[in-house]
Design a protein around this ligand. Structure first.
Ligand code: DGL
Length: 420
């Protein structure tokens, strides 16, 4: 067995392997970046644990909204089809947004994917563990419930960390399901059954990893379908603009048009024989701007240069919905779904967000109290006794005003679940 663990560790990048080993060596879950390895020893009790969902920030709440509202199956027979009852009605979710360390999409551009990959496994470790900081305390507590499944709601985190987390879960020998948005999104492309070419809009990091073209090609290939032309466009601005970040002062429509144009140009450069028809919204935030993105493509189509290469009707693939369906299937397959009448160990969903841990020596902050940008992107992996961020309960004051407005208006089930 030891050999199997060693082999698994060899298969992951050194930095993730170090963290996997650190968590294994601290099996009581008291140390930072560790979890109680006994939490899943009783299979019956495991089913009653909540489901963990994480993202680099609040964007993943779009995925949580899909999880809270999905009605694509009959809850009693598990057969496809709506039954008027949300599919996860009995389940409870713990959401974690690594707000202090985001944007994840920009680590690759400064060659810091090693640190990003460690951050992503740390996110999973947090969800697995009981350790969290109370809002106004410098001492962690150990009352957060562990989870039975991890949903990586972030496209960039799925691109860089899905394999590491799956290998970690195997190395730790814990019966926890791991679902990522990219595989689900690729399945969404397959299920959309559209002809024509595919365009992926995502962060710079997600595009640099080429995870979408690769996963879409393998998903279509496995289903015996030919793989159409796939172009992608990585944006460093659109997610921030959708969140209402002051660094991006123009309207979302302006940034959407810029990215749509770049995607159409990238597609055209491949000399396509069919028009671009399927647009994958490969970033947590983009489903919130689907209208603006669609309007942008419609406007581009009025330009002679793009008329023939953009389809008149476009199909949007929102990986959030596909992820919710994937989780349902995976839970049912592993017999981890709560049965009718059963309840989760927590009554209400829980929400956590990372914030700078200002008491850590050596941490560098910017004027607004967030991690200094240069400091943030120059960190290196392997320092498990150093906590420059801490995960605290998400309270309304911690959500930037623009983001709170967005959640309230566009993600009503999440807003309700936040207790607002
Ligand atoms: N959540 C990220 C994603 O889906 C977008 C924001 C970020 O770059 O952190 O790729």
């Amino acid at each position: 067995m030891k050999t199997l663990t060693a082999l698994l560790l060899l298969a992951v990048a050194a930095h993730a392997a170090d963290l996997i080993e650190h968590a294994r060596a601290n099996a009581d879950g008291k140390a930072a970046f560790s979890f109680d390895s006994n939490a899943w020893s009783d299979a019956e009790a495991t089913r009653h644990l909540p489901i963990g969902v994480f993202d680099s920030g609040i964007g993943g709440l779009t995925v949580l909204e899909a999880l809270l509202t999905l009605d694509a199956f009959h809850n009693d027979t598990l057969q496809p089809g709506a039954d008027g009852e949300p599919d996860f009605a009995q389940e409870r979710f713990i959401y974690f947004g690594d707000q202090a360390n985001m944007p994840y999409g920009n680590y690759s551009a400064v060659n810091r994917t090693d640190y990003l990959r460690e951050l992503i496994v740390k996110d999973a470790v947090f969800l697995l563990g009981r350790r969290a900081y109370p809002a106004a305390s410098t001492t962690p507590q150990y009352d957060k419930p562990p989870v039975k499944a991890i949903v990586i709601a972030c496209n960039t985190a799925t691109a860089y960390g899905l394999e590491d987390i799956r290998k970690a879960v195997a190395a730790w020998k814990i019966p926890v399901i791991v679902v990522g948005v990219v595989e689900a999104g690729a399945r969404g492309v397959l299920e959309s059954k559209t002809q024509g070419g595919i365009g992926v809009l995502a962060t710079v990091g997600t595009c640099a990893s080429k995870v979408y073209p690769r996963t879409i090609a393998s998903t279509l290939g496995r289903a015996g379908q030919s793989v159409p032309l796939i172009a992608q466009q990585g944006s460093a601005t659109l997610a921030g603009a959708i969140e209402g970040d002051a660094a991006f002062p123009d309207s979302v429509a302006v940034y959407a048009l810029k990215e749509a144009r770049s995607l159409a140009e990238a597609y055209r450069a491949e000399k396509p024989s069919v028009p671009l028809q399927t647009i994958v919204l490969g970033c947590t935030h983009y489903p919130l701007a689907q209208e603006e993105i669609n309007t942008a493509f419609a406007a581009l189509r009025q330009e002679p240069a793009f008329r023939d290469i953009i389809a008149e009707q476009r199909t949007f693939v929102n990986p959030a919905e596909a992820t919710a369906r994937e989780l349902f299937r995976e839970l049912a397959k592993s017999r981890l779904r709560l049965k009718p009448g059963e309840t989760c160990v927590i009554d209400q969903g829980l929400f956590y967000l990372s914030v700078p841990r200002v008491e850590e020596v050596g941490i560098q902050l910017s004027g607004d109290g967030s991690l200094d940008k240069d400091y943030k992107y120059s960190r290196s992996p392997g320092h498990f006794d150093f906590e420059d961020t801490k995960n605290v309960p998400l309270t309304p004051e911690l959500i930037p005003a623009n983001s709170a407005k967005l959640v309230k208006e566009r993600l009503p089930a999440v807003w309700k679940s936040l207790g607002r």
